[in-house]
Design a protein around this ligand. Structure first.
Ligand code: G6P
Length: 590
C-alpha cells in the first residue's frame, strides 16, 4: 500500500530511486514520483501511471543528484493524478515529503494550516506534513520534522528532504513499515526489502515511533517523543536477488506458482519448534485464526482441521475480529495470525488488541523481521521467499503446510489422533512437492481449459469442510486478477440460493477429495449438472486431475490447479495478473 524509497550516496539518485520503486510496485501503482536535490536545487517529477510510464518521461541522467526520495502510490485520499502523486512540498518548495499510511487528523491540520496562509495543491492527507514542517521550522530541519511528527495521528512511514540541509534524509515510522539498507558510503531507505536487495543485505528496521537521520555515511535512529538516539541491531536479509526477479517467467505470479513445491519444502524444513508450540497451545480454551485475504483462507482451513479433531476453534477476518470478536477475547484464548507480509494493518491491529486482553499470540509469517513477528509471543516462519505478485500463491501453500503440521501435533497433544498416523501424514507431506510438480507439469491442459472458459463472466466454486477454503481461494484468484465475478459456496449451500443463477454454460468448479463426503459432493455436482452448468471437478479423477493424497492434505494440493487456471484466465483476457487494478499486495491501511 504505497511504496516509499530514499537514496543518499555518490551515484545518480533518480536512476536508483526508479529501480527501487520498480521493486516496490506491488505496493501500489497508480502514480509515481521522485524528488532529488542537486546543485540546481530540488527537482520533483511525478505523474499518474505505473513506475515505468513515469520513468519514461524523465531524463534521469540530466538530473545530477545524489540524494532523493520517491514514491509509488495506491490512492487513498484523492484520485490518481499528477497533483495527488507524491512527493509533496510546502509552500516554499524547501521541504519535500513522501508518505505511506493515512494521516487521520489531516482535515484539522489542513484547516489550521490554511488559516495561517498555507496553500495546498493536492487532495492528499500527506501534504499537511511538509506544510507542518514549514510552519514549525526555525533553524533545524530535524527539530521541525520531529515536532511535526508529534502532531500526526494515524499511520505513517515518511521520507523527507530539505533544500536547506541537502546532506540528509529524515525518516519516520508509525504503523507502516520502513527499513534502512546500509551501504558503503551510501544508504537506502525503503518500505520493504526487495527494493534494496540489489545493493545491500544489511538493514536496520524502524519500530513504531522511531525517526531517523540518514546521511551517506551515517544512520541515527531516535525516539520521536524524547529525541534520544536508540540502539538498533543490524539484521541480514536472507533472500537473494534472483528470488526477487522474474527469471524468464512472463509474470511473477507464474514464477511463484511454479515455486509452490519449494514453498512446501521450505515450510516443512522450518517446522522444528512446532511441537513445543503445539504443547503451549493446549493451555488455551479457544483458538482463533485471524488474517486477511488469501491468508484468511489458510486460517479457515486451520479451523476445519482443528474441528476435525474436536478442538474448538474459529477463523475470523482480521477486519471484523478487531471490532467484534475482540470483545470475547481473554487470557484463555490463543490467536494464530496468518500473514505473508507480516504488515497487514487489520491483522496487526487485531493482534495488538488481543495481546492487550492477555491472549497468547502465535504468528505464521513469511517475512522475517516484519511487524507481526515482533509483536507475537511465538512465530512460525514459512520461508516461502519473496512473493512479488499482488495475488498470493506460494505463500498460501507455505501457510497451509505450517498450519497442517501444527494442527496435527496439537491433535496429538490432545490425544485426538494416533501418533503413528501423525508420522504417516508428516511423511506424506514430504511427498507433496513431487505431487505439486506433477500438477504443474499438466500446465498445458490447464491452460487449454482456461482458454476455453476465458470468455465466461461468472464462475462458481464449491467445496466442503477443509476444501471450502480451497473454493474460496479459487474464486478470489479469478476475481482479483481477471475481474470476473466468482462466488464460492459450501457445496451444500448451493441449493439455498446460488442454484437460481445456474444456467447453461455457467462454469462450476467442484473441489472433490476422495473422502467420506465424496458422495455428498457428487450429489451437489449432479444438481449443478442438471441445470446444464459446465462442471470442472478438481480431484483424483477430475477434469483438473490431482495425484492421490490423504484427504487431510488435499487443500494443499488441490489449490495448485486453481492458481494456474486463474492465472491463465487473466492472461487470455489480456490482463496483467501481477498488478490487478485497484489492489495492492501489502495492505497497510485499514
Ligand atoms: C492483499 C493481497 C492478498 C493477501 C492479503 C493479506 O489483499 O492482495 O494477496 O492475501 O493482502 O496479506 P498478508 O500479507 O497479510 O498475507
Amino acid at each position: 500500500m504505497c511504496g516509499i524509497a530514499g537514496y543518499i550516496g555518490d551515484r545518480n539518485a533518480p536512476e536508483i530511486l526508479f529501480d527501487m520503486l520498480k521493486r516496490l510496485e506491488y505496493r501500489g501503482y497508480d502514480s509515481a514520483g521522485i524528488a532529488c536535490i542537486s546543485d540546481q536545487g530540488v527537482t520533483v517529477f511525478k505523474d499518474k501511471g505505473k513506475v515505468d510510464e513515469v520513468r519514461g518521461k524523465v531524463d534521469c541522467e540530466k538530473i545530477l543528484s545524489k540524494t532523493g526520495i520517491a514514491h509509488t502510490r495506491w490512492a487513498t485520499h484523492g484520485e490518481p493524478s499528477e497533483y495527488n502523486a507524491h512527493p509533496h512540498s510546502d509552500c516554499t518548495g524547501r521541504f519535500i515529503v513522501a508518505h505511506n499510511g493515512i494521516i487521520e487528523n489531516y482535515k484539522d491540520l489542513r484547516a489550521g494550516l490554511t488559516g495561517r496562509g498555507h496553500k495546498f495543491e493536492s487532495e492528499t492527507d500527506t501534504e499537511v506534513i511538509p506544510h507542518l514542517i514549514e510552519e514549525l521550522y526555525t533553524e533545524s530541519f530535524e527539530a521541525a520534522f520531529r515536532e511535526a511528527l508529534k502532531k500526526l495521528r494515524g499511520s505513517f512511514a515518511i521520507v523527507a528532504i530539505s533544500t536547506l540541509e541537502p546532506d540528509k534524509i529524515l525518516i519516520a515510522r508509525k504503523d507502516s513499515p520502513l527499513i534502512v539498507g546500509l551501504g558503503n558510503g551510501e544508504n537506502f531507505i525503503a518500505s520493504d526489502t526487495p527494493a534494496i536487495l540489489p545493493n545491500t543485505k544489511k538493514i536496520l528496521i524502524l519500530d513504531d515511533f522511531d525517526y531517523g537521520v540518514v546521511t551517506k555515511n551515517s544512520v541515527a535512529i531516535k525516539d520521536i517523543q524524547t529525541g534520544d538516539e536508540l540502539k538498533k541491531k543490524v539484521q541480514t536479509i536472507q533472500w537473494n536477488i534472483k528470488q526477487a526477479e522474474k527469471e524468464g517467467y512472463p509474470h511473477f505470479m507464474l514464477k511463484e506458482i511454479f515455486e509452490e513445491p519449494e514453498a512446501v519444502k521450505n515450510a516443512i524444513k522450518a517446522l522444528k519448534g512446532v511441537e513445543d508450540i503445539a504443547k503451549k497451545l493446549t493451555r488455551y480454551k479457544r483458538i482463533y485464526f485471524v488474517a486477511c485475504g488469501t491468508a484468511s483462507y489458510a486460517g479457515l482451513m486451520g479451523k476445519y482441521l482443528l474441528e476435525r479433531f474436536s478442538i474448538p476453534s474459529d477463523a475470523v477476518s482480521a477486519s471484523e475480529f478487531r471490532y467484534s470478536t475482540i470483545n470475547t477475547i481473554d487470557s484463555d484464548c490463543a490467536i494464530i495470525a496468518v500473514s505473508q507480509s507480516g504488515e497487514t494493518a487489520d491483522t496487526i491491529a487485531s493482534v495488538k488488541k488481543a495481546k492487550d486482553k492477555g491472549a497468547y499470540i502465535l504468528s505464521i509469517v513469511n517475512v522475517l523481521g516484519s511487524t507481526l513477528t515482533r509483536i507475537s509471543d511465538d512465530n512460525i516462519y514459512t520461508y516461502s521467499g519473496p512473493e512479488i505478485a499482488v495475488a498470493s500463491t506460494k505463500a498460501y501453500l507455505g501457510q497451509m503446510t505450517s498450519i497442517t503440521v501444527l494442527g496435527l501435533y496439537l491433535a496429538r497433544e490432545f490425544g485426538k489422533i494416533d501418533g503413528d498416523y501423525v508420522n504417516e501424514i508428516i511423511d506424506d507431506i514430504s511427498n507433496l512437492p513431487g505431487k505439486i510438480q506433477q500438477i504443474l507439469s499438466n500446465e498445458d491442459e490447464i491452460k487449454e481449459l482456461a482458454r476455453k472458459l476465458s470468455d465466461k463472466d461468472i464462475f462458481f466454486y464449491i467445496g466442503r469442510r477443509l476444501n471450502y477454503p480451497t473454493a474460496l481461494e479459487g474464486a478470489l484468484k479469478i476475481k482479483e486478477i481477471s475481474y470476473v465475478h466468482a462466488e464460492a459456496y459450501p457445496a451444500g449451500e448451493l441449493k439455498h440460493g446460488p442454484l437460481a443463477l445456474l444456467e447453461k454454460g455457467v462454469p462450476v468448479v467442484a473441489i472433490n477429495p476422495n473422502d467420506d463426503l465424496l458422495e455428498k459432493m457428487d450429489s451437489n455436482i449432479q444438481e449443478a449438472r442438471a441445470r446444464n452448468a459446465i462442471i470442472l471437478v478438481v480431484g483424483e479423477n477430475g477434469d483438473l486431475k490431482t495425484p492421490m493424497i490423504d484427504p487431510l492434505l488435499s487443500p494443499i494440493l488441490y489449490v495448485v490447479p486453481l492458481h494456474l487456471f486463474a492465472y491463465y484466465i487473466s492472461v487470455f483476457k489480456g490482463l496483467d495478473p501481477d498488478k490487478p487494478r485497484n489492489l495492492a499486495k501489502s495492505v497497510t491501511v485499514e
